[in-house]
Write a protein that binds this ligand. Structure first.
Ligand SMILES: [Zn+2]
Length: 266
């Protein structure tokens, strides 16, 4: 009865495709996923738990989704990120680039167990209980059974927003950009945290260079604020390299080491 061991991305999607059709329009939630839209700008992906990512290798991200009636947050959580990034780095001469982060994320998203959640009422009333039973829910479990709304767990694996986010890879690119921007920002502006946590997590070795203690080491700005600043800088870096009409008229500047631009699709 409980769909144990069905928690990989492909399995969740396949169960979604087999979900019961809704009486009104005769469609499954999987089919209805296309009526919603995933956020398209990097700055909307500022809700990532960086501590969990670099300390425990677990990505937890809230993906904003514009639904037909309201906006929701789909939470996706999966592990394996650091192992993948180390594998990818080996194949790239130990050079950290945006594409490395993207590959690491895509690969762990496909391979690892995925934990999910959505803020919409459909999820809350029809899926949260069953996903709690099978331990696929991200965050606090729901103990109240869906006796009336989904008594036999026949509606698939999640709401249409979840079906959309699980079947879509574009948002992974935005998350990769955010992580990349964050790493570059931390390396420059928060060297102690970078040397103690981020560098060893990525490169699997101690940071050997001298660390400059910056004045901001003791203040307690939230991760979200840091991500916002890092994404803002990342956006400027992207604009400078691509789509800037003045860049060819000016004296050529030293090419930055960050060749990949991170631009928002708006
Ligand atoms: Zn939903």
């Amino acid at each position: 009865m409980f769909p144990l061991n069905e928690d990989k991305r492909a399995e969740l999607l396949s169960r979604g495709r087999r979900g019961e059709r809704e009486k009104g329009d005769g469609k499954t939630r999987y089919e209805k996923r296309v009526n919603s839209k995933v956020a398209t700008t990097v700055k909307e992906f500022n809700d990532i738990d960086m501590e969990s990512l670099f300390k425990y290798s677990i990505l937890t991200v809230n993906v904003p989704v514009v639904g037909e009636t309201d906006n929701y947050l789909v939470r996706i959580k999966f592990g394996g990120f650091l192992d993948e990034i180390r594998n990818q780095l080996k194949r790239n001469n130990n050079k950290l680039e945006l594409k490395i982060i993207l590959k690491a994320l895509t690969s762990s998203f496909d391979k690892e167990d995925v934990y999910i959640r959505c803020t919409c009422p459909d999820f809350q009333y029809r899926f949260s209980f069953w996903l709690s039973m099978s331990k696929v829910i991200a965050g606090a479990p729901e103990n109240r059974p869906s006796k009336i709304t989904n008594p036999k767990n026949t509606l698939g694996s999640g709401c249409k927003h979840l079906m959309l986010v699980l079947s879509n890879n574009k948002w992974v690119m935005k998350v990769a950009s955010t992580i990349y921007n964050y790493i570059l920002y931390m390396e420059k502006n928060r060297q102690k945290q970078y040397a103690d946590i981020i560098y060893p997590a990525i490169y699997n070795k101690k940071y050997e260079k001298p660390v400059q203690l910056s004045f901001d080491d003791k203040d307690d700005i939230s991760d979200k604020k840091i991500i916002d600043v890092a994404n803002e800088i990342g956006k400027k870096r992207g604009q400078f390299q691509k789509g800037n009409p003045y860049r060819f008229q000016k004296k050529p500047t030293t090419p930055g080491k960050d060749q990949l631009s991170i631009e928002d699709e708006e």
